[in-house]
Design a protein around this ligand. Sequence first.
Ligand code: AMP
Length: 241
Amino acid sequence: MALNVIMMGPPGAGKGTQAGRFARERGLLQISTGDILREGIKEKLPVALHAKELMDRGELVDDETMIAIVRDRLLRPDAQPGFVLDGFPRTVAQAEALDRIVAERNNGPLVIVDVRVPGRELVRRLAGRLICAKCGFTAGQPKAGERAATACAKCGGKLVQRADDNEQVVRERLKVYERATKPLVEFYRHRPTFRIVNGAETQERVAHELDTVIDDAALVGAKELGKPAPVKAVAGKAIQA
Ligand code: AMP
C-alpha cells in the first residue's frame, strides 16, 4: 500500500526541505518539479531551455510539459512505494491530471498538505535563501548572530542564490502563486485527506506536525479506499500501521 503525498504551499514555505526529509524517512520518492527543471537546464535539455525563460521571470511552465514530466516519474517502478510531490500540482489542470495518474496507479490514497506561511516572512526567507550549485541542497537560514555558510553542508559545493530568488522575481512568484495555485486549495479542501500545517514554526515543529497529520490523513484515505493503512514510521523505524 503506497503513501502518496502532495506538499502544497507558496515558494519559501519550506516544502522542499520537509518533502525531502519525509520522503527519506519513509522510503518514498521525492519529486520536486522545480529541481527536475533546474537539472534539465544544467544538462541543456531542449524542454528545460524553453522553461528557463519562464522560470527566470517567475512565471509557470505550461501544464502539458509539467504533466508529462510528472506522469513519467510516477509510473516508474521506484515510485511504487509512494511519493512526495513538491511544486506540483500548481494549477487545477495539473491537479486533475494527477488524480487520473493516482487512479491509474491504484495503490493508495492521496494526502494533501497545505503548508502556510505569512507573505512578509516568505519574501524575507526567499531573498536570503542559498542553494548548492552542485547538488541543489537548500542551506538553512543562519541563526541570529551567525554568519551565513558559503559551502554546502552535504557535498561541500558552492552556495549560490537561485536565479529566481531575487526580490523582484520573488514578488512575481508570490503573485503567480496567489493567482494560479491558490484555487487549488478550493479544489482539495473538502477532501477528507486534506490538511493544513503552520509552516512559520521551527523546522522541527513543522516536521512533527507534518508527520502527525500525514499519518492521520493516510489512515482516513486508506479506509475510504478499503485498503490497509500505508507504512508508518515509529521511533525512526518503518512499520505497518
Ligand atoms: P520551485 O523550485 O518549485 O519554486 O519552481 C521554480 C520554477 O519552476 C517555478 O517558478 C516555475 O517557473 C517552474 N515550475 C516548477 N514546477 C512547476 C509546475 N508544477 N508548473 C509550472 N511551473 C513549474
